[in-house]
Design a protein around this ligand. Sequence first.
Ligand code: G4F
Length: 334
Amino acid sequence: MASSETPPVAVITGITGQDGSYLTDALLEKGYVVHGIVRRASTTVRARIDHLYSDPTIYGQRLFLHYSDLDDATSIRRILTKTEPDELYHLAGQSHVGASFEIPESTCEFTAMGTLRLLEILRDLPKRPKFLHIGSSEIFGRPEQAPQNELTPMRPVSPYGVAKAFATQMVRVYRDSFGFFACNAICYNHESPRRGESFVTRKITRGAAAIACGTQKKLALGNLDAERDWGYAPEYVEAMWRMLQQPQADDYVLATGKRHSLRDFLAAAFDAVGLDWRDYVEVDPRYLRPNDATQLVGDPSHARKVLGWSATTTLEELAKMMVEHDLKQMAGSR
Ligand code: G4F
């Protein structure tokens, strides 16, 4: 954290997303002033930070929102010049891997070029903030080694993975060539009750809750053979913050180090409502991807050693927490 008496200032792109909202909670708790960059849309997408937005002691005092987008360099430059942040957390982008096969151009435009655009803006700022880019295990695609670490070669197999590989390498280039304090958080899947409904874990926990409530009969999924390293999102944003408090900028794999199958997650989620998932799940080819990453499991030992960070929430705890949240939400909406 900055050592001046005035509070440290952070800017977050993607503040309304799962990670952006948890990071905002954490930074406000740590005494930061937080500026969030929000995409202008015809309907308001702010539910994950509404508890902060509707609190007059926070919004307009220590939390501020600004309209901009990753393809609008002028307004981003203006926001950064005006707010003079100590830290910039770049979390925005098109983050759905499956969707990136349908919309590869806009995925690359926002996820790859959007990151380069930010780096270029930072290059010209008189006071350059420390920079964190949220990377992804998708850069490894179908790796030859498991678990993967910061040195594992990138072999992405989706347009999203390619865009993230570009952005990750560009961060390294700006760090090495121009002396930026710029870090990649190479994140494996991290989930929570705030996870978007089209990602598989939330789709499953909402499905299990709805089936238990009697409002849904079946749950349609794609590749049931998928395996991932699933952790709990609030723990990952704490690691991101710790990355920017180090004397040296570096890249870190953030992961649990445990590989689970989709069937494990299904069992844990349906267990939480006393049901057997095999009675409800069916495969729908619409959810199969043209290519799916395999063998993704991270080696978080660098983060453990340098940041003193480990993921502690188990898959079973995560699934149960998400199902319980969804049950409550469904009960509340009746
Ligand atoms: O939940 P997913 O969509 O996550 P995915 O593709 O691993 O990507 C997520 O994690 C990455 C790593 O941290 C992030 F970079 C990325 O932004 C995103 O947050 O899918 C997980 C697995 C895949 O193998 C997918 O094929 O679940 C499989 N799956 C099976 N049925 C499904 C479904 N995925 C989705 N979204 N929907 C299904 O019905």
